[in-house]
Design a protein around this ligand. Structure first.
Ligand code: FAD
Length: 239
């Protein structure tokens, strides 16, 4: 196994492009360095000296570096409450201290800790591509397969919303994660992927499957009722 140490984000992206089938970026390494993981046997492009580790306000926007860890995200008071809550869906403190925001989104998991909350928050991703820096809406990124380097996640600083996770235990894979912010609804459903839109009926757009997290009917029920039993930001439940 080879480990590359690029000096700039552009260099990292070019290395990834040249070695598309055989190399992945190394951020926190919680997935890359896992035995039996998707990256086993692959070369690593270490992005840990490229900055992207701050959370900062720029006017009305909050900019979250892709290398910010889930623990840092959960602890930062600048970050909207429901996004901090989503970071804590990763219940292992050891993993939270290593796992990064960029790594979490790039894996495009259907039980992603952050995908639903950041999609509901209408996050915009600043990425480095072989053609330079550009922006992409998070929903388009999560439904795509591009290998660009995520650099910054941008959200409105005063964004409010809620996120709710359903799983057999706090530590097992989530069956459903639902989030709402403003008039954006987002759902991550295990075995089905991510759905989002401006109506709670997005649950009906997914195809549900039986798997270890629960039956198709169970997950469909959760996805449909998560938005019906709305949970406003004051914590009360509306029927
Ligand atoms: C036991 C266990 C349980 C887990 N459970 C969950 C779970 O329930 N939900 C969940 O979401 N995740 C889960 N994970 C996966 C993982 O820990 C997290 O998703 C984590 O946030 C990945 O971040 P990382 O920095 O460690 O990524 P790394 O392992 O460093 O990288 C993972 C992938 O992301 C890509 N990547 C990393 N940084 C960037 C970037 N800046 N731009 C573009 N691509 C990038 C890499 O190319 C690589 O393919 C679990 C992992 C383990 C070991």
């Amino acid at each position: 196994m080879k480990i590359y140490h690029p000096q700039t984000p552009l260099e990292a992206v070019m290395l990834r492009k040249e070695n598309a089938a055989s190399a992945v970026y190394l951020a926190g390494g919680t997935d890359d360095l896992r035995l039996g993981g998707a990256a086993e046997g692959k070369d690593l492009i270490d992005i840990n000296t490229l900055g992207m580790e701050k959370i900062e306000l720029r006017g009305e926007k909050l900019c979250i570096g892709a290398r910010v860890t889930l623990q840092e995200l959960a602890e930062c008071e600048l970050v909207p409450e429901f996004i901090r809550e989503a970071a804590l869906f990763c219940t292992s403190p050891a993993r939270r201290n290593a796992a990064t925001v960029g790594g979490n989104l790039a894996l495009r998991r259907d039980d992603s800790y952050l995908a639903a909350a950041l999609t509901a928050a209408e996050a915009v991703l600043i990425r480095m591509t072989p053609h330079g820096e550009n922006e992409k809406k998070i929903g388009d990124y999560l439904h795509g397969s591009c290998k660009a380097l995520l650099m910054t996640v941008v959200i409105d600083k005063d964004r409010t919303g809620w996120v709710k996770r359903f799983g057999n235990t706090a530590g097992s894979h989530a069956a459903v994660i639902a989030a709402q912010s403003g008039n954006v609804y987002a759902l991550s459903v295990h075995g089905s992927g991510l759905a989002y839109g401006d109506r709670p009926e997005i649950a009906d757009s997914l195809t549900y499957t039986d798997d270890i997290t629960g039956s198709a009917d169970y997950k469909k029920y959760l996805a449909q009722t998560a938005f019906t039993l709305r949970r406003p930001t004051d914590g009360t439940v509306e029927m």
